[in-house]
Design a protein around this ligand. Sequence first.
Ligand SMILES: [Fe+2]
Length: 459
Amino acid sequence: MATENWSELKYESGFGNHLSSEALPGALPKDQNSPLICPLGLYAEQVSGTSFTAPRKLNQRSWLYRIKPSVTHEPFIPRVPSQKHLVSEFNQATSSATPTQLRWKPADVPVSPTDFIDGLYTVCGAGSSFLRHGYAIHMYTATKSMEGCAFCNADGDFLIVPQQGRLWITTECGRLQVSPGEIVVLPQGFRFSVNLPDGPSRGYVAEIFGTHFQLPDLGPIGANGLASARDFLTPTAWFERDSYPGYTIVQKFGGELFTARQDFSPFNVVAWHGNYVPYKYDLHKFCPFNTVLFDHGDPSINTVLTAPTDKPGVALLDFVIFPPRWLVAEHTFRPPYYHRNCMSEFMGLIYGAYEAKADGFHPGGASLHSCMTPHGPDTKSYEATIARGENAEPQRIDGTMAFMFESYLIPRVCPWALESPHRDTDYYQCWIGLRSHFSCKERESEDGVGSGEVVTVSE
Ligand SMILES: [Fe+2]
């Protein structure tokens, strides 16, 4: 694997565009997708990310022109050793239901050499990859680059959020460098390999089954704001031509891993065109919107990408961020309000501190507040906010990047996540100290009613 020039890679710009890329001039066929003989003696291969007959505005596919086609490999066999910490069907056999507020401290990066595939573990999820409806939330800790193998996820799309350590990702469409503070989406079925130039690495992964990420509608915000389409970057064609005896494809299929051997690198695509492609996005380019007078907006205002369900406005999975921004609301409790939500919320922290948690929520850590489980600012954050008083000046939240995976489907939690030594079993304590500030005095002075007596209202 070449190590040069990763920071100077060229990308194509735009979200959802139909793109073309050639590593060698003339490698793309002119005027048609599948000529009898392709230029440069390449094979044509289509990768379909949606059903052939999906509506045009949703249809995603790309044509790859490669030295040898993907099919040229030995039969798939179960991988040895198996990977027992990946789940793609969430039921009583694989995972547990719990309404408890859950929080995890950052996981330790393993001591023994571990690559991205073996460092990946499912935390929670819902639905089934076989039924093409649902999602899985994973985390990873890894120390070494993948060698002589490529990963292929047949179950769904990966949205990877690196928290520590850059990722050098080689895909069939080309190479991407993804740093903490950036995200990368690797669509279902693409083969990719992850190198770790910084060594110990850690991060989060949302996997969605049966759909793809979109930019959210902007409604009354208008035509601009939040994540701009032009800031999404897709790699340009890059290929390896040498034979590679013993190269292994590791295919995730139904949450299980299978391997197939071949004698060449899968990164042998000399040219491609289409709209089904990997892409990355720098979260620092997000243009946040917020209240400018009073009250606290719902977190959906900070949606970067959304994976829809068939219900209008209801997400299979939203990717929402809490970036640096100004808080200016007057006579308003500025941190997130206390609430219960029919949607379920998994949160992570890339760097800095999250405004609603003074303690205990660390970069690399995570929390899960499931459907209708109450949550909100911890005691320290609440008391500090109240103590600041009503004349609070505009405040810039800086040096932080938190995010949320939010879903309409209710997650079940994997046993190793519930039993993890990194689970913060005292999490509930952060709210136990919230004391009553209730007083009848305001009401007494207004209408003279009561002196601490119970007032019963009957119909
Ligand atoms: Fe929430």
